[in-house]
Ligand binder design. Structure first.
Ligand SMILES: NC(=O)c1ccc[n+]([C@@H]2O[C@H](COP(=O)([O-])OP(=O)(O)OC[C@H]3O[C@@H](n4cnc5c(N)ncnc54)[C@H](O)[C@@H]3O)[C@@H](O)[C@H]2O)c1
Length: 251
């Protein structure tokens, strides 16, 4: 079933763990995928792999913490592909620390990447979606935005803001048939998680032991949820914050 045949999808952080899985899943289901990341090499590899497997994709390098870069990204995609049907706002960073340990730079960087990028990109893309008669936006929040884990105040607060941002956009643009939803993953095995595990002096096995399923989540499992929310099968979902955690409670 090609749920996204003829549709154009932008995936931010498309070179990363969850982002690359989202790109591949959307492409397998027929989407023309724009893989965007500040890590051009990683994004190029993802786009190349999709094209090699007979999918459609291209890469755009962008630092999405910058408003000009976000506006340029959307206008480049509009001139190259003519439309944007799906925006998966997935790029993110995780700076560890409680209030006193965290630097001001980490606080500002967290907001710039995790939240402001969504504000800039949605401001640029929503007028095109309105003109086209609708669209789907799927934001990557986090379980920690709903139930804060210790020692990650910047990450948790920005992800809580992503959850609220999602609900606000959903309310404001549902009448234009723009569906805005968020995924809230728990522990998913990606480069970001591996860096966090090392930073906390723990192992992957320690973390897996906290999940009732006895394992970490896979990027492909989050990608399947993002694809569902982006698809017409989720046509009555708008403003939902969907947890995908293997039943783990935040410790
Ligand atoms: N891995 C987890 O356990 C987990 C859990 C909950 C939520 N998340 C969220 O999922 C998303 C993806 O995380 P991941 O685990 O795949 O991490 P990752 O580090 O593998 O991927 C993140 C990607 O975002 C890109 N990026 C960072 N800053 C950027 C910027 N300024 N401009 C453009 N691209 C930028 C990075 O280059 C990277 O490719 C993030 O929003 C993260 O917060 C992850």
């Amino acid at each position: 079933m090609k749920r996204f045949f003829g549709r154009v999808a932008i995936v931010t952080g498309g070179g990363g763990g969850i982002g690359s899985a989202i790109c591949q899943r959307l492409a397998e289901e027929g989407a023309d995928v724009v893989v965007t990341d500040m890590n051009a090499l990683a994004a190029q590899e993802v786009a190349h792999k999709i094209v090699t497997n007979d999918g459609a994709a291209y890469m755009i390098e962008a630092d999405l913490s910058d408003s000009r870069s976000c506006a340029d990204l959307i206008s480049t995609v509009i001139s190259r592909s003519g439309r944007v049907d799906i925006l998966a706002n997935n790029a993110g960073i995780n700076r560890r620390g409680n209030l006193l340990a965290l630097s001001e730079d980490d606080w500002h960087a967290s907001f710039a990447v995790n939240l402001n990028s969504m504000f800039y990109l949605c401001r640029a893309v929503i007028p095109h979606m309105i003109a086209a008669g609708g669209g789907a936006i799927v934001n990557t929040a986090s379980q920690w935005g709903l139930y804060p884990a210790p020692n990650h105040i910047a990450y948790n607060v920005t992800k809580a803001a992503v959850a609220s941002f999602t609900q606000n956009l959903a309310r404001d643009y549902a009448s234009h048939k723009i569906r805005v939803n968020a995924v809230c993953p728990g522990e998913i095995h990606t480069p970001m998680l591996e860096a966090g595990v090392i930073g906390a002096g723990k192992t992957i096995a320690d973390l897996a032991g906290l999940v009732p399923f006895g394992r970490l989540g896979k990027p492909e499992e989050v990608a399947a949820l993002v694809a569902f929310l982006a698809s017409d099968e989720a046509r009555f979902m708008c403003g939902s914050l969907v947890e995908i955690t293997g039943a783990q409670a935040v410790a």
